[in-house]
Design a protein around this ligand. Structure first.
Ligand SMILES: Cc1ncc(COP(=O)(O)O)c(C=O)c1O
Length: 441
């Protein structure tokens, strides 16, 4: 019979105690029992966190007595921007513990009202400055729902003939891994062997207003929305021209096309504003959030938007068992409270400028190695020249040796996006490690 006992390192499943496993034994179990859909950094296993930006990890043992040694790692990625509030943010953790131990209301479905939904909707509509919010769970569900809402509005309000609605997306996008999301993608690793894809999608080059304008002119009557990330994160932190989004907004208005922005990665203070579209002084009709919407504690996502669009939903047309369930609502509310009260966007701006200053020095020092540096707030990346020596994965492994966790996005680009609670000395430490790795390769 399956036997599970103990907590922490004493957690033992069928006689296997996790505190006894070496990094290679962890890897072996994952290889044999898991899907082979990830390639995590080699020879390192996170054990726990020490503070908001420090992970304690296990590396291969240097002796014959213990299966591993433990070391500190500065977290330069914070779970792909899911932990903007910092690991184990005190306000959010206290709210969760209180909620479970005192309030005692973890889970009820949407078919019966619970008292935290109203509070979540009040907080989420206020922070997003939108009319309505629909809670979901995973990040990918936000662009998925924006896609559905675009079609719904396209048929019911714009009058697009049945089954002919088009959603326009950008080359190089990343909206997640469902069939709709990969139908929008142009990345062959995500798409190959998963067709047929969702129809009614047109792709344009990102940050190319002429291409968007001519597509709108050609097919505008059937286009429901332009769905895009304000800054492309997974593509390697691709920042559009300052005027791009203003021009896109005007074009969308002119052609009666919705602007739907995927802020799953750029939202919640990451880029130096609460939401990245605010950097460009525009407002989308729909906005999808995820990741840090759950404060690094639970998966929480949502779509916020205008009444004219979200107001079209009817019972049965959309739903989610865990979308906005009581515990998620509490986490969502306190994730917003921390965003506001801990001034995360402001800190992202200040610490981001500090990091970009370091990158600037690095680029000046090693112009033959660093091709470009990019960043808004604490969503930053450096791209190296194309050469086998300047490989992003190798850089990540070398950084690990110097106590920094970061990961390449594409072959030659490394993204640095730490928690927005990060302190000045930690930014300096990350930058020193990068500087030394680049110097040595
Ligand atoms: C812009 C964007 N949208 C959607 C997603 C998907 O989120 P999740 O992996 O939580 O489904 C991501 C994840 O990286 C993202 O960056």
């Amino acid at each position: 019979m399956l036997k599970i006992k103990g907590y922490g390192d004493n957690l033992t499943v069928n006689g296997v105690r996790i505190g006894d496993l070496s990094p290679s034994e962890h890897e072996k179990i994952e290889r044999e029992k898991g899907g082979k859909n990830y390639k995590p950094l080699e020879d390192v296993v996170v054990s726990h966190v020490r503070d908001s930006s420090t992970l304690i990890c296990r590396k291969p043992s240097t002796n014959d007595v213990t299966p591993y040694v433990e070391e500190e790692l500065i977290d330069g990625l914070c779970c792909y921007s899911a932990v903007n509030q910092g690991q184990l943010n005190k306000t959010i953790v206290e709210a969760v513990v209180k909620h479970l131990e005192e309030e005692k209301l973890p889970t009820v479905p949407r078919s019966i009202r619970h008292k935290y939904m109203g509070a979540f909707l009040l907080a989420a509509t206020e922070i997003t400055q939108m009319d309505r919010v629909v809670p979901k769970v995973a990040g990918v569900e936000a662009p998925e729902l924006m896609f559905k809402l675009s079609r719904l509005w396209g048929y019911q309000t714009k009058g697009i003939p049945e089954n002919e609605a088009i959603v326009v997306v950008a080359n190089g996008n990343f909206h997640g891994r469902t069939v709709t999301a990969i139908s929008m993608s142009d990345d062959s690793d995500s798409r190959d062997n998963f067709g047929p894809f969702v129809p009614g999608i047109e792709r344009v080059p990102f940050n190319n207003i002429e291409a968007l304008s001519s597509l709108f002119k050609e097919k505008g009557e059937k286009i429901a929305s332009y769905l895009a990330e304000p800054i492309q994160g997974e593509a390697g932190v691709i920042i559009p021209d300052e005027e791009y989004w203003f021009k896109v907004r005007s074009l969308c208005n002119e052609h009666n096309i919705l602007l739907a922005m995927d802020e799953v990665q750029t939202g919640f203070g990451r880029t130096g504003a609460n939401f990245a579209h605010q950097l460009y002084n525009i407002k989308p009709d729909l906005m999808g959030c995820g990741k840090a919407a759950g404060g690094g504690i639970l998966p929480v996502s949502f779509v916020a938007g205008k009444d004219e669009v979200i107001g079209l939903l009817t019972p049965g047309s959309e739903g989610s068992t865990f979308g906005g369930y009581p515990l998620a609502s509490v986490v969502g509310i306190y994730a917003i409270k921390v965003l506001v009260e801990e001034k995360l966007a402001e800190n992202a701006k200040i610490r981001g400028a500090q990091l970009m200053g370091h990158f600037e020095n690095m680029k000046n020092e090693f112009p033959d190695k660093i091709k470009e540096i990019r960043g808004k707030g604490l969503l930053t990346a450096f791209e190296m020249h194309d050469s086998s020596k300047l490989d992003g994965h190798k850089i990540s492994i070398e950084l690990l040796k110097k106590g920094v966790y970061a990961k390449e996005t594409h072959k030659s680009t490394v993204r640095i996006a730490p928690a927005l609670t990060i302190e000045a000395f930690q930014i300096d430490n990350i930058a020193d490690a990068i500087f030394n790795v680049i110097k040595e390769i």
